[in-house]
Design a protein around this ligand. Structure first.
Ligand code: ZN
Ligand code: FE
Length: 271
């Protein structure tokens, strides 16, 4: 049976994910922003936490690890490159390694950029990709440690995964990401359509994560440095993808408006 995946909202805008394998009874957690909401969800479902998978070292992804480890005796798994600044790891991972939750296998992908040593987990049989602060819904993580070229290389590994892959990212940032995306590609009909869906979801307090990789390919500016419209708007028609990505990331860093673009149903080519 496929994994059951449950989103757990944590802190002010973080998401953690529980991955439950019904056959073996194993349950893994991807990131531990805080313990309490995760323990509550496990109790509600009658699941026992067996593994904690860590994507990167930021406090809002690891602060709950020790409390969960001692409550459940869960094994803690993370990047070897980050072992010196993560909670004590039972298993250290490098790119290409696999993690197992019962019979479900997740492949480790190095997605350095936001931090050096940030990893993503791809579960091909479940078409699920856990990206935390690398690829995000309509965005990508800010570059605290890596270079734009590194982040572009990391995102390039994710772009060609199957279209039907669901992207489980680490934060509810989609609405502000949407206003930036619209500022550099306002004539992308798929983007307009997606923004309407995002506004609707958020007005009902619904999460916009996970998102479909096909939608990210069609609308996320950080996956679209080859878009003719973006290139024209940046005056970079003949630049390399890396150079265009670098400029998109620079503009996002300086973009302050979180006001939603005013798109009415009439102006949207929803098909
Ligand atoms: Zn982070
Ligand atoms: Fe984060």
């Amino acid at each position: 049976m496929p994994l059951q995946i449950v989103t757990v909202a944590c802190l002010s805008d973080n998401y953690a994910f529980l991955l439950h394998d019904p056959d073996s009874g194993q349950t893994a957690l991807v990131d531990a922003p805080e313990a309490a909401p995760i323990i509550a969800e496990l109790k509600l479902r009658g699941w026992n936490l067996t593994q904690i998978l860590i994507t990167h070292h930021h406090y809002d992804h690891i602060d709950g690890v020790e409390e969960l480890r001692s409550a459940y005796g869960a094994k803690v798994i993370g990047a070897k490159a980050d072992a010196h600044r993560l909670p004590r790891l039972d298993t250290e991972l490098i790119e290409g390694d696999t993690v197992s939750i019962g019979g479900n296998h997740g492949v480790v992908i190095d997605v350095s950029g936001h931090t050096i040593g940030h990893i993503a987990f791809h579960f091909p049989r479940n078409a699920a990709l856990f990206t935390a602060d690398s690829l995000m819904a309509l965005g990508c993580g800010r570059l605290f440690e890596g270079t734009p070229a590194q982040m572009w290389q990391s995102l390039s590994k994710l772009i060609n995964l199957p279209d039907i892959t669901m992207v489980y990212s680490g934060h509810e940032y989609t609405q502000s990401n949407a206003s930036f995306a619209y500022s550099i590609e306002p004539n992308n009909p798929a983007l307009k359509n997606r923004i309407l869906q995002i506004i609707k979801a958020r007005s009902q307090n619904m999460p916009t994560v996970p998102s479909l990789l096909a939608d990210e390919q069609a609308t996320n500016p950080f996956l679209r440095p080859d878009s003719a419209e973006i290139r024209t708007n940046l005056g970079m028609e003949s630049a390399s993808n890396t150079a265009v990505f670098t400029e998109i990331r620079r503009r996002k860093d300086n973009f302050s408006s979180t006001k939603m673009p005013n798109i009415s149903q009439d102006t949207c080519d929803c098909d």
